[in-house]
Design a protein around this ligand. Sequence first.
Ligand SMILES: C[S@@+](CC[C@H](N)C(=O)[O-])C[C@H]1O[C@@H](n2cnc3c(N)ncnc32)[C@H](O)[C@@H]1O
Length: 484
Amino acid sequence: MDHLPIFLDLKDKKTLVTGGGTTAARRTERALEAGANVYIFADELCAEFDHLSNRPQITHFRRLPVAEDMNDTVVAWGCSEDGGDNLLVELARAHNVLVNVADIIEDCDFITPSIVDRDPLIVAISTGGASPILARTIRARLEVMLPAAYGDLVRFVGRFRDKAMGKLKTGAQRLRFWEAVSTGPVSDLFLAGDEAGAEKQLDRELAAAASGASRPGLGEVYLVGAGPGDPDLLTFRALRLMQLADVVVHDRLIGEGIMKLVRRDAERIYVGKMPKQHIVPQEEISRMLVRLAKQGKRVLRLKGGDPFIFGRGGEEIEALAAEKIPFQVVPGVTAASGCSSYAGIPLTHRDHAQACVFTTAHGRDGVLDVDWDVLLRPNQTVAIYMGLSNIQHLCKGFIDRGADPDLPVAIIDKGTRPDQKVVIATVSTLRNKIKDEKLDGPAMIVVGTVVNLRKKLSWYQTRSGSMHANYGSEDAQAWLPEKT
Ligand SMILES: C[S@@+](CC[C@H](N)C(=O)[O-])C[C@H]1O[C@@H](n2cnc3c(N)ncnc32)[C@H](O)[C@@H]1O
């Protein structure tokens, strides 16, 4: 190891920064966050200092540093953008002040690491100066893994240190207890915003650990929306809970790309449904969730899109609530939003639509059952879930009820996925247009003049390298976007 990682206490200590550019501003911010006084030597300070420069801990000199400036200085950062930090290095070394010059490793007594800041939890990453970009990439990954509330969790857990010390006599007992706290329901409850519940649970677990009993009790269910398919659309919280769960109950719309992100040793239970063919009845899924949680398991109920939008998530958690099983719900990107974004079709637009209706054309018993009065309003977009098998009836319905036959419609098949297909037509031409298309679903249907915007706004490259895999024949040229 070329460098010893240490965390310096700079509270009320004198630090020095040369330069008035972006790097100098970043170093100054960091030093201020650590409670240091910062003496800045620069002719001018860039705009990034605007929010800092009136802080009482900052003193700005429009000159170069001299020997006296090194008195009591603990750390000096050279950030002059003209490479003029030789003098600083000379002075610092003559006065045994730790010095770091940005990007010049020979002039560094220490490395300024990339950090993930969840104060009081700080993760510092260094590549020994070999590749700051790699350090930044790793930092970005850690940022995803550590929820923003982790700092508060560390503070919360810290409040119970003395109490646990008093009750748990052996190191092994304490180790097991704190492991359970940091990976179990206490942390889960806290990170889900239930501090009182977390405290109660911690007390219960502490009492059980002190009496030598193993942690009993209920597991928890995470009802998580996995989005429409692209794993990049998962939320941070979804990813964290996916890594935590003991068992995952998933359905048809969850692709392998997302399943790969679930904890590797988690048990997988497939309860997928095919259209018109419910493999596992809904009531049975709800009962399964209750049963698994009662076995003390952390159960991930992973659903496509958002669990509360045509996802029957409400029914599942009603069953949990009735049995007093703890649960949390994580929203996901719903198909209407994900598919329309990836198809370059804004759902609302000042010139086209001031409202957007989400509806299903599935109907309770597979029969088309929609409220036409709601769907036919002007200046609105209609986003239709589960409508592919009824698409012809839908288009006919629009026309029969007086809609403009040129009203644009888009079918977005397997939206956000590498094999996304988009078919564009009007309510009167769609029938012919899709005759020869192989659309397997899942598919979103978007009706409204916003669909026309795809001409300009299409951006997503599908696996075939095409943004526009299948415009039909007659009006294909009219639909080609300007940028291809
Ligand atoms: C049972 S609903 C579930 C909706 C989900 N809860 C959501 O918020 O997106 C299933 C329907 O969502 C739509 N859908 C889901 N994922 C899709 C995707 N990747 N591309 C197109 N449509 C999708 C289709 O209309 C599909 O029939």
